[in-house]
Design a binder for this molecule. Structure first.
Ligand SMILES: Nc1ncnc2c1ncn2[C@@H]1O[C@H](COP(=O)(O)OP(=O)(O)OP(=O)(O)O)[C@@H](O)[C@H]1O
Length: 234
């Protein structure tokens, strides 16, 4: 379901189930657009942080959002997640969203398993499914949570793994990840991308804020929010 007004995509007029017709080869229909941001501008007070940003990402695509410090990457992702409103412009969402914040997102005095249950229940999962999914995702990131350790005693990188896992529990159509791999060691970074590609292959849409330039060959498209020219002094 589109959660805001759908502008209407061009109808596919091909006969159902046909890959080609009229004697010619016709490309398979493009996967559906999952997230579309149109003309997004955001001001904090008189300061314009985002200026007329347009962005569209489809099912089965991974997009990177890049830009200098303060370029508005986190602000843009929060607007896409519906956490804050743009000053102007609109976001259309076709599917459910999982969001991984840059910082926070976990609770000091809860154990990882308690996080899985708490967040899983919020996503409509029962307790056992939430625990199983959480542990499976942890294993994919090379982590076996110790049963009795509270989040405040986890290392920074491990706590960030927990943060990422929580955003994936609900099996959402769209994953918005704000610098998800801060503190990951090299092996976990590799595992992380394996997980992302696996999710992409199941038709998920993933938008990742990153500062890692070597990420660019891992994604389908890049949105660069670095201010240009006159925007630099905004
Ligand atoms: N709630 C707010 N009120 C006022 N200013 C804000 C608010 N949130 C963000 N800003 C400002 O907006 C600008 C963009 O912030 P944002 O966190 O989106 O940048 P970013 O590109 O994610 O930066 P970084 O790469 O350092 O994480 C910054 O100058 C920040 O101080």
């Amino acid at each position: 379901m589109w959660t805001s007004q759908q502008p209407g995509e061009a109808p596919d007029r091909r006969p159902p189930g046909t890959a080609s017709w009229a004697g010619g080869n016709v490309a398979a229909p493009a996967p559906p657009v999952r997230l579309r941001a149109t003309g997004i501008t955001k001001k904090f007070g008189r300061r314009e942080v985002l200026s007329n940003v347009n962005f569209e990402v489809r099912a089965g695509e991974v997009a990177a959002v890049i830009g200098s410090n303060g370029a508005g990457k986190s602000t843009f992702l929060k607007i896409c997640a519906g956490l804050i409103s743009p000053t102007s412009g609109r976001v259309e969402v076709n599917g459910s969203i999982g969001y991984c914040p840059q910082a926070g997102g976990t609770f000091d005095f809860l154990r990882p398993s308690e996080h899985f249950v708490l967040f899983g229940r919020g996503d409509g999962l029962n307790r056992d499914t939430a625990l199983t999914r959480g542990r499976e995702m942890a294993a994919m990131l090379g982590w076996e949570p110790e049963p009795k350790v509270q989040a405040r005693h986890l290392s920074g990188g491990t706590r960030q793994k927990l943060n990422v896992i929580l955003s994936t529990l609900g099996g959402h159509d769209i994953l918005l990840l704000d610098e998800p791999y801060q503190g990951f060691d090299r092996g976990t970074y590799t595992d992380f991308w394996e997980v992302i590609w696996r999710l992409r292959d199941t038709g998920r849409t993933i938008v990742v804020i990153t500062h890692m330039l070597n990420t660019m060959d891992r994604v389908d498209q890049v949105l660069d929010l670095t201010p240009t020219g006159s925007e630099r002094n905004r």
